[in-house]
Design a protein around this ligand. Structure first.
Ligand code: ATP
Ligand code: MG
Length: 651
């Protein structure tokens, strides 16, 4: 039952490759090159057969010479044979060379098209696709296509071509043989098809029963002390044996199936040899001895070709599965266009940073319930708005719609009066800055992380760094702003990473900034530094903060409370604090933010005049109109501390 599952099952792991995949590959390979390849291959095989035929003619001449003393020019034969041999070498080299170049071209085309399809896939695709699967396609599958595919293509093609050329040769020398060869090849076709179907499935069984052995083994090694301590050696050994047995069952079946096929192919090959031999004897008046010998030796080879055609064919098809998995990404659903020429916003848009949501409805996937249910609000120019709400209430989803990671299915989102849903995606995303919840850094240098598109001067970058108090840190690094940033920014602390993200946003000088507050990873000292920096450096911007700690947004212009996908409250802090039924007020009272033990640094950072005045006002009104006359205990201590610190006058 696939209902309710998030991760979709991987498609097309095994099985027969469809015709369109071959067609796609041939297109990527180059249609002309493909036909040239066939031509080269045929010529190569023709020369191979002719070389053998020439050798038999030479042998015949030698035999005639021994029998009748009839002289012949031996050196002419040597020369001719050399000529054939060189021709064969030249053709083979040319064919391999061309095949390698075209296959390389094909894998380049396939890789780029796959990548293009992937990076333009909507974010939802990444929700339902494990990253390992994507990595697998770009490592294992790509490697298969780059390297192994052209090898098995050569191998398989060689087998088929040799088989065909040999059969044609036999049919030319002994046309009657066709009467035998045609039905034999029919049987061969049916048999190899039957075998290959089961072979692919058995191979899969072998593969999936093998990995438990390895994981069990490494787990046992890692936990060997525990196993010994509980005296479970025997149990673990037995469990390992069972896993090995299970794998051997599959492996043995696989091997036996190979034997099954080999025996039948031997019979088919032997039948061809038998027919050829019979014909050589019965028609000895029509065919010379040397030609008869040649047909026999060629017929013996057929058995070999039959066998390797099946195995290399199965291998080829397995490799082609990689092409299929890659080309499947060509048809992924795509995001809306990155740029729309006739709907380009002005260069200085958004100038004011007014955000308007008008009855926005959004769901993550068509089969799911909406998570934003008619959200409407307006954020004025330069406002600092904090978004709060229970977990899962739709705070991040609001931001998701602003960046159009998921498109709302109803409603409008206006930025300075322009409906962003009608613009190209790059234009929208490029004009808003975000400080993500998990600071994202890429491996590279500090410079490439701050300014990936190389638009700013070193001076500007240093300036941004000094604004976030990282100037000394970066200056102390080897290479300054060219210093290496490890993967995920692992050589920086989490707080420093977040500050780098702030610096990145700073460089872009956005009019609208969205900050998703870090939840737990940062200590309060750093957190307050980050908050302070944002407040100081983005004074003119419209700043939307998703808050996980109430105290960081107490000084906001307005607070927006989300509740199950709708805007529950949207007003200034004092107004909300003044309402007895306000859920924001409840959150403030519940939160630890106002108790002094939490963090002095934190509260100090946020106790700017604005919030202090608000709280003083609240204190003065005695906790709000209908909210009872007593000031809540937590709030009381908070205000008291502000007074102690001299931020609010005693009165
Ligand atoms: P938190 O404070 O925990 O971050 P939030 O308010 O940001 O919560 P959202 O992430 O906006 O909550 O989620 C709102 C609803 O949307 C939740 O019910 C969640 O299950 C659902 N949701 C979020 N992301 C997805 C997704 N990628 N696919 C499907 N449903 C999602
Ligand atoms: Mg969230």
């Amino acid at each position: 039952d696939s209902k309710g599952k998030l991760m979709i099952k991987e498609d097309q792991e095994v099985g027969q490759v469809t015709g369109t995949v071959y067609l796609n590959y041939i297109k990527a390979y180059g249609v002309v090159s493909f036909f040239a390849l066939i031509l080269f291959w045929s010529a190569e095989q023709a020369v191979r057969v002719l070389t053998n035929w020439y050798l038999s003619q030479w042998t015949q001449a030698e035999m005639d010479y021994m029998a009748t003393g009839e002289s012949f020019d031996r050196y002419a034969y040597v020369g001719g044979y050399l000529g054939f041999a060189f021709g064969f070498v030249a053709l083979t080299s040319a064919r391999s060379w061309m095949n390698l170049l075209s296959a390389l071209h094909a894998s380049k085309v396939i890789h780029w098209k796959t990548l293009a399809g992937l990076v333009r896939a909507p974010v939802l695709f990444f929700d339902v696709t494990p990253v390992g699967r994507i990595l697998n396609r770009f490592s294992k599958d790509t490697d298969d296509v780059d390297f192994l595919l052209s090898m098995s293509m050569s191998e398989f093609g060689n087998c088929i071509m040799q088989l065909l050329s040999t059969l044609i040769f036999l049919a030319v020398i002994q046309p009657i043989l066709l009467a035998g060869i045609v039905p034999i090849m029919g049987i061969y076709y049916i048999m190899q098809k039957y075998y290959r179907r089961s072979f692919i499935e058995m191979q899969r069984l072998d593969a999936i029963s093998r990995s438990p052995i390895y994981s069990h083994f490494s787990e046992s090694l890692a936990g060997v002390e525990t196993i010994r301590a509980y005296r479970l050696e025997t149990a673990f050994a037995l469990s390992s044996d069972h896993k090995v047995d299970a794998n051997h069952r599959a492996y043995f079946t696989l091997k036996m199936a190979g034997e099954w096929l080999a025996m039948r192919l031997d019979i088919l090959g032997a039948s061809i040899v038998f027919l050829t031999a019979i014909l050589a004897i019965t028609r000895r008046d029509l065919v010379t001895v040397s030609l008869a010998a040649l047909t026999l030796s060629e017929a013996l080879d057929v058995t070999l070709f039959l066998k390797s055609a099946v195995t290399s064919g199965a291998m080829f098809e397995t490799r082609f599965n990689s092409v299929e998995r890659l080309t499947a990404y060509w048809d992924l659903p795509q995001e809306k266009p990155a740029e729309i020429e006739d709907r380009k916003p002005d260069d200085d848009w958004p100038h004011d940073g007014v955000i308007e949501y008008e009855d926005v409805w959004m769901r993550y996937r068509p089969e799911l319930d909406p998570v934003l249910k008619g959200v409407s609000f307006t954020i004025n120019s330069g406002d600092k708005v904090g978004i709060v709400g229970r977990t899962g209430s739709g705070k991040s989803s609001l931001i998701v719609t602003l960046f159009r990671l998921v498109e709302p299915y109803e409603g409008r989102i206006l930025l300075d009066g322009v409906n962003i849903l009608e613009l190209g995606l790059n234009d929208v995303r490029g004009r808003i800055a975000a400080i993500p919840q998990d600071p994202v850094l890429f491996s590279g240098s500090v410079r490439t992380n701050l300014d990936p598109y190389d638009k700013h001067s070193d001076v500007e970058i240093w300036e941004a760094l000094s604004h976030v108090n990282l100037k000394e840190v970066v200056a102390g690094l080897d290479g300054g702003i060219s210093a290496t940033v490890a993967e995920n920014g692992d050589n920086f602390s989490v707080g420093q990473r977040q500050l780098l993200c702030v610096a990145r946003a700073l460089l872009r000088q956005p009019r609208v900034l969205v900050a998703d507050e870090a939840t737990a990873s940062v200590d309060s000292e750093t957190d307050s530094l980050i908050q302070k920096t944002i407040r100081r450096e983005f004074k003119q911007c419209t700043v939307v903060t998703i808050a996980h700690r109430i105290n960081t947004i107490l000084d906001s212009t307005k607070v927006l409370v989300m509740d199950s996908g709708v805007v529950a409250e949207y007003d200034t802090v004092p107004t909300l604090m003044g309402r007895a039924d306000s859920s924001f007020r409840k959150m403030v009272l519940e939160s630890d933010a106002t108790t002094p033990s939490n963090s002095r640094a934190n509260s100090r950072a946020n106790s700017r005049a604005n919030s202090s005045q608000n709280l003083a006002a609240m204190a003065a009104s005695g906790g709000g109109g209908g909210g009872g006359s007593r000031l809540p205990k937590g709030l009381n201590t908070f205000v008291k501390r502000l007074q102690d610190e001299g931020e609010v006058d005693k009165k």
